[in-house]
Design a protein around this ligand. Structure first.
Ligand SMILES: [Zn+2]
Length: 212
């Protein structure tokens, strides 16, 4: 469990917190928990999400268990500047769909004394680092990786495997399009290494039992 540092009572310093993991790992639930905790303390909270994520509701951050909190859709990270005036805590959901300028925006806000909490997918459906999340993880004060459970074997899952055949990276969906898989079950489906240079073959030999 992530434990937030206790407010000191004097001027708070800004910071960046990243909550990341696969689909069905509870990222948004954790984001909502932290934001509600701050708003109970009468801190001014604003939540933003990319306009591309329009599932369920245009103006709510929505988690899978219908625990909702109001949010403002923005088309690009820069738009957050104008909307984050006199705010104590900025929450950003589905952050993987923003471009890389989100890293700069979050650091700017944190440098101004704002607590920035960012939730997003750490990897895309191919297992590659997703959008601005790696840069945010590198510059954040705290990173919380949350995990789902593999639907095939019950191990800890860190991959969002796409079941649907759509070919674009930006497919926002629910259980009918994705399933959480562990490293082993995911790599059994996707031979992970390029063997064209010989290095892949060498690594494969050194990992006994690796599928493919
Ligand atoms: Zn598995």
């Amino acid at each position: 469990m992530f434990i937030e540092s206790a407010p000191s009572g004097v001027e708070r310093s800004g910071s960046i917190e990243v909550i990341c993991g696969s689909m069905f790992s509870g990222k948004t639930e954790e984001l909502i928990r932290r934001l509600k905790r701050a708003s109970y303390a009468r801190q001014k909270v604003e939540i933003f999400k990319p306009t591309v994520d329009d599932r369920y509701d245009d103006s709510n951050v929505v988690s899978h268990d219908k625990n909702t909190i109001h949010s403002t859709p923005v088309s690009k990270p820069k738009d957050i500047f104008a909307l984050a005036n006199n705010i104590d805590v900025v929450g950003i959901d589905e952050a993987q769909f923003f471009d890389d300028s989100l890293v700069e925006v979050c650091n700017y806000l944190a440098n101004k004394g704002i607590r920035v909490i960012v939730a997003g997918l750490d990897m895309d459906y191919l297992g590659k680092p997703f959008g601005p999340i790696p840069g945010l993880m590198a510059t954040a004060e705290s990173v919380t990786k949350v995990h789902a459970i593999c639907v095939k074997c019950g191990n800890i899952a860190n991959h969002s495997h796409r079941i649907s055949v759509e070919d674009t990276l930006v497919v926002v969906g629910e259980s009918q399009e994705y399933e959480p898989l562990c490293r082993s079950c995911f790599s059994a489906l996707f031979p992970p290494l390029d063997v064209s240079d010989g290095i892949g073959n060498k690594i494969k030999r050194e990992l006994p039992g690796r599928p493919g």
